[in-house]
Design a protein around this ligand. Sequence first.
Ligand SMILES: CC(C)(COP(=O)(O)OP(=O)(O)OC[C@H]1O[C@@H](n2cnc3c(N)ncnc32)[C@H](O)[C@@H]1OP(=O)(O)O)[C@@H](O)C(=O)NCCC(=O)NCCS
Length: 202
Amino acid sequence: MALADLSQVTTIDRIAFDIPWSLRTYQYEILESPYSHMVVMEKHTEHPAPAWWRWVPRILQRDLTEHQVLGYGGMWMISGSAHISTIAVHPDARGQGWGELLLLGMVRRAITLDAHEVTLEVRVSNDRAQNLYRKHGFETTSIKPHYYRNNDEDAYEMCLSIHRAESRARAESSFIRAMLQRGVTDTFSDSDLPPHLTEDGR
Ligand SMILES: CC(C)(COP(=O)(O)OP(=O)(O)OC[C@H]1O[C@@H](n2cnc3c(N)ncnc32)[C@H](O)[C@@H]1OP(=O)(O)O)[C@@H](O)C(=O)NCCC(=O)NCCS
């Protein structure tokens, strides 16, 4: 996720969540937080250049590729534990496997960073998201009463253990299968740490 993605990301965020994050929060997560790993799933559409385009000086030429954000996610890596802080898919793109791919991409990132577990919180009423997490091996570990401040709703805390080699292998092969099925290129899960993370550590 880059600053240029934030207008699309915050638009999806406001639709997806009752308590959306502010623009400033996203800027902090991308540029400053020593714990955050933020990702977007983008669809790239190449627009063919019109005939007169070759007369435009190269220095003035803009990228004619359209970058459409289909979904995004965020993960905090703290003391060997990865915590999924957010995940959402644009309403028009839901039900097509993108949420699954985002989740598996973050789990793969956690494996790359040597995490022993991936945790998250989810509203007790959010069946869709719970199904997604259970499908990929997350289990409920506790209930956090009155966790959501807008309506006092409880949260389930869920956890996927990636301590054992078999569970890491299972998660990685699910990710690779999902990527191949959808012809997606991954530049996130084992990419270098952004500059502000390399000194502070994870
Ligand atoms: C949760 C969310 C990210 C899922 O993304 P998605 O792209 O629609 O999900 P996918 O198409 O990848 O579906 C993967 C699995 O999720 C579950 N799921 C998805 N949509 C579902 C629905 N309408 N009903 C029940 N389960 C559903 C299923 O287990 C599904 O697997 P299956 O297709 O084999 O049954 C998306 O619904 C969303 O953005 N919701 C709003 C934000 C949110 O609630 N985030 C989670 C916060 S904890």
